[in-house]
Design a binder for this molecule. Structure first.
Ligand code: PXG
Length: 285
């Protein structure tokens, strides 16, 4: 079935949604993106996603040629055109076509693309039984090299770590920063529970400040769970009572084994379950 894609100023059939081979998004990964979810026809935290997209663009001196309101409308129109009340949206802004050579000033017409599709979450048994993950040897990009807070089209750092996870038979991999501290997973943020307290690495650990992460922190506060950002090392994860990951695609997913160590009792714990339930209630409210 052919999908309907938003390209710059209109909806077109998938076959007509094409970019130039001279687009610097393709040639250099020069561009930014977002992944969003729609639940029952309502996009979850669309303003937060648009703020992050425009911040990412500003950080790379890319002017998005549409106002936030127009992009929000494009997201909703694309979901509607594809008949998706529950779906996943990929919002991509490329630098546009230019000459061969890095100079972004020699490009024209950034491309604004909205793709709406169904989402394949991890298999249900992973949510019920929990994930096994491993630590990747690939470090999270040093924030002095490229800020992990920019959601850019350069995902090779994460893909290298994802490959390590896959080669070890795991669907996610833990990434450490250059100091050896826990940063995040390849496409998800990480949390632990220890002595009833919820802990997650701070933005300056070199993470993408996830929108699901922030929603879960709000839910923890509302549930009266003591939560805070804290510098974590692998020892903290190995000895935690519970561990879980958060992301737009994954939502909240338990982790029960890291690097061959069983976490807590080896099954999803009560705080993880509570926050999973609260998250489901939040996205459907
Ligand atoms: N860290 C990284 C590095 C991410 O890419 C998250 C955390 C979670 O952020 P949100 O805002 O979604 O809670 C992300 C976002 C995929 C995929 O196909 C996942 C992301 C982005 C693109 C693709 O799994 N995760």
């Amino acid at each position: 079935m052919s999908r309907i894609i938003f390209m710059n100023d209109r909806l077109v059939p998938e076959e007509q949604a094409v970019v130039s081979v001279f687009d610097h998004g393709l040639l250099y990964g020069d561009g930014v993106f977002e992944g969003l979810r729609s639940y029952s026809g309502k996009v979850f935290r669309i303003d937060a996603h648009l703020d992050r997209l425009y911040d990412s663009a500003r950080a790379i001196c890319l002017t998005i040629p549409l106002a936030k309101e127009a992009v929000a409308k494009a997201v909703n129109d694309t979901l509607a055109a594809n008949g998706l009340a529950d779906g996943y949206v990929r919002l991509v802004v490329t630098r546009g076509a230019g000459s061969l050579g890095l100079d972004p000033n020699k490009t024209k017409h950034p491309q604004v693309i909205v793709i709406a599709d169904t989402i394949s979450l991890y298999p249900r048994e992973f949510y019920e039984q929990g994930l096994r993950i491993v630590t990747a040897a690939t470090q999270r990009t040093h924030s002095a090299a490229l800020s992990p807070r920019i959601k850019s089209l350069n995902y090779l750092n994460n893909i290298m770590a994802k490959l390590e996870g896959l080669q070890a038979g795991c669907v996610e991999a833990l990434m450490l920063n250059h100091k050896g501290e826990v940063a995040e997973c390849t496409g998800d943020n990480v949390f632990i529970v220890r002595g009833g307290r919820l802990l997650t690495p701070p933005p300056d650990a070199g993470i993408l400040e996830g929108i699901t992460r922030n929603a879960v922190l709000d839910l923890a506060v509302a549930a009266g769970i003591d939560c805070r950002e804290a510098t974590l090392v692998r020892h903290d994860l190995y000895t935690a009572d519970e561990c879980f990951l958060t992301g737009t695609a994954a939502e909240v997913i338990p982790v029960v084994e890291i690097d061959g160590r069983r976490i807590g009792s080896g099954v999803p714990g009560p705080v993880t379950k509570r926050l999973t339930d609260d998250f489901h209630a939040l996205v459907r409210s």
